[in-house]
Ligand binder design. Structure first.
Ligand SMILES: *Cc1c(COP(=O)(O)O)cnc(C)c1O
Length: 429
């Protein structure tokens, strides 16, 4: 047995979070219970695995690494360079691209980098209108992208709820945008990347496929890939891809330099290395055969849920879904989207209120709700559960209409009961 010399300094305590900050630890515990007990139907959310969560909470976050592997402005990058190279190699393999940049902090900064690479302030850019299902960063007026650039916007047809490529072509040829974005946040249908690429070519624009919502479906072969049609692919990593909150830009080799320069030093400083590591983990998961099953199950669940909702008389934008997302127009049910969303939340069913195309109501109190199946599929729910989920939604929406608080509470218990048999990835059991 050795005795401690008297000169040894008192060791620094390394308290756990619950010892160091019980108040915050309690909040995180409460959030874990909320995510465990509720049916999370927000289509942009998911449950990251324990491995992804573990990588994102590591000492990698202690490092400054401005630059790219082998070309950093800081020393001490022996390990970080390997981490980033691994993430890049996995991104290239999963999506079949020549170039990948894994440093964008999130989807919005990734899109800003695309503007920086391919346009100058005042240039015309084109994207889908936000109330039609596009994203703020596709040139919508309230976004920096709509005030620093001249945003022209396409939508969906009123009769079909779908994008009409002839209308997109007419607008592109008339406006001659520098950049055309395809993709969005409330699009229940497959995106025709080849069709968009033809239009971009005819009008001399750079085509950006923003696959933030559907990246996991593409990685798993459950949605067509924008490769080789899009000049640039922008994606978040935390939606269907089930990684940490982050983003990636991908392209053919010819655009590699412009994109890298735009991300750093154009727009960002040091990359979030812990996120880069967690992206690498998520991409390894996405390359596994089980992820193909996951992606196809997400789509099968959405199709089954859409069928069950239609059978209950719900009006779905575009009539249904091809992907993970369903946009319900509640106009005929005579319940505003916000009223429905808030009531469902009290019933333990988490959705978001959303505009529907040509919505006569205001964006802060619109006619629809947006739902999706990525999270419930991560828990292992399958097509046989979708009739129950549709029934729950119907009961919640009916209770919202009749102000039946007791029915909502009863529903909340039922939801938590069923979900307790389907533990969520990344959460303590
Ligand atoms: C989510 C999303 C983004 C933005 O991602 P953030 O990480 O929230 O900035 C961009 N484009 C599309 C299509 C999205 O769905």
């Amino acid at each position: 047995m050795t005795t401690t010399p008297a000169t040894t300094p008192v060791p620094t305590p390394h308290p756990t979070l619950s010892a160091a900050d019980p108040e915050l630890a309690a909040l995180i515990g409460a959030e874990e219970r909320l995510q465990s007990d509720t049916l999370r139907l927000i289509p942009s959310e998911n449950y990251a695995s324990s491995a992804v969560l573990e990588a994102s909470g590591t000492v990698l976050q202690n490092k400054y690494s401005e630059g790219y592997p082998g070309r950093r402005y800081y020393e001490g990058q022996q390990i970080i360079d390997q981490v980033e190279r691994l993430a890049v190699a996995r991104a290239k393999a999963v999506f079949g691209v020549e170039h990948a940049n894994v440093q964008p902090y999130s989807g919005s900064p990734a899109n800003l980098a695309v503007y920086l690479a391919f346009a100058r302030p005042g240039d015309t850019v084109m994207g889908m209108a936000l109330p039609m299902g596009g994203h703020l960063t596709h040139g919508w007026s309230v976004s920096a992208t709509g005030s620093w650039f001249r945003g022209v916007q396409y939508g969906v047809r009123a009769d079909t709820g779908r994008i009409d490529l002839d209308e997109v072509r007419d607008l592109a040829l008339k406006e001659r945008p520098k950049i055309i974005f395809c993709g969005g946040t409330a699009l229940p249908r497959t995106i025709d990347f080849a069709g968009f690429a033809e239009i971009a070519q005819e009008s001399g624009a750079v085509l950006v496929a923003d696959i933030a919502h559907i990246a996991g479906l593409i990685a798993g072969g459950a949605h067509p890939s924008p490769v080789p049609y899009a000049d640039v692919i922008s994606t978040t990593t935390h939606k269907t891809l089930r990684g940490p909150r982050g983003a990636m830009l991908m392209s053919r080799a010819e655009h590699a330099k412009a994109l890298d320069k735009a991300v750093f030093p154009g727009l960002q400083g040091g990359p979030h290395n812990q996120t880069t590591a967690a992206i690498a983990v998520a991409l390894r998961e996405a390359a596994a055969p089980s992820f193909r099953d996951y992606a196809h199950a997400v789509v099968a669940n959405a199709a089954a849920l859409a069928d069950a909702l239609r059978a209950r008389g719900y009006d779905l934008v575009s009539g249904g879904t091809d992907n993970h997302l369903i946009l319900i127009d509640l106009t005929a049910k005579d319940v505003p989207g916000k009223t429905a969303a808030k009531a469902l939340d009290r019933a333990g069913i988490v959705v978001n209120y959303n505009t529907v195309p040509y919505d006569p109501r205001k964006p802060f109190d619109p006619s629809g709700i947006r739902i999706g199946t990525p999270s419930l599929t991560s828990r292992g729910l399958s097509t046989e559960h979708m009739a129950t989920v549709a029934e729950w939604l119907d009961r919640g929406i009916t209770a919202a209409k009749t102000d039946n608080e007791a029915a909502l509470l009863e529903l909340r218990t039922e939801v938590a009961d069923l979900l307790s048999a389907y533990p969520a990835p990344g959460l303590p059991v």
